[in-house]
Design a protein around this ligand. Sequence first.
Ligand code: 3PG
Length: 305
Amino acid sequence: MKRILIATEKPFAPAAIKKMSKVFKKAELKVDLLEKYSSKQDLLDAVSKADAAIIRSDKFDAEVLNAAKKLKIVVRAGAGYDNVDLATATKNGVVVMNTPGQNANAVAELAVGLAIFGIRELFSGKPGGELRNRTLGLHGFGFVARNVFRIARAMGMKVIVYTRYSKDAAAAIGLKVVHSLEELYKKSDVISIHVPARDEHIKSVSADVLKHGRNGSIIVNTARKEVINEPDLVKMMEEKPGIKYMSDVTPDCAAEFAEKFEGRYFFTPKKAGAQTAEANLNAGVAAAEQIVDFFETGNIACKVN
Ligand code: 3PG
């Protein structure tokens, strides 16, 4: 019987595990659950017996992939797969998949929540502002951004977008596509970042872009800290004292923020965007079904390597 490892340092909601286990039981696959592990050795031991694995932000680097002698497939239950060493996976013949869109609404709701928290001065009692009639700039137009758009439009925001790969999709729903990141930052009261931590997006939010940002704007980052050039962000926040930075996950320069920018930032202590029962259920069950389908029919539709 094939063994499926669910390795999550940040566990799925119990309802998700229950439904995923049902999917695997029906397909006669055995589940090994490794949750809240604190040592890499635990992961190395567990993965050595696995034919397939489901992970979240858990790091599948070369050491883990090389220890996974029987592994055929790893599914990242979520969107970003920057935690998986794709080159080693490919070299070892391991299929890597994600579950596109499955946790997008959860992340989008957090993005909007962070924007509200920012414009309301972190609920400190200081008078704040409202999102209605302000301009939201979407940096990227994937599944999360599309959900942010839906919510922001319902709240009466004007929405513009900068995207290289989804221009037609944006234009098709009447969304104004701007020509450059600089223009996006110049025109937006709130900027919400939705690009993956790879290729040209790494450190793409740099001084070149940030210098066009409005003093008073709120930058919401529910993507990855790697897409921001942190020293440039710090410099820009020093120069423009009205800018706020709201981020899902703490940046490396958090100590500098604490020292210099009180009341102008918020960081979730642990990545929280997809941390809802619904997102866990959607992404977890999709991952389980993709593994069953892979073993039963060879379907590799969500392969990313
Ligand atoms: C994703 O890439 O899907 C999100 O960042 C969620 O990550 P998580 O599963 O670690 O919460």
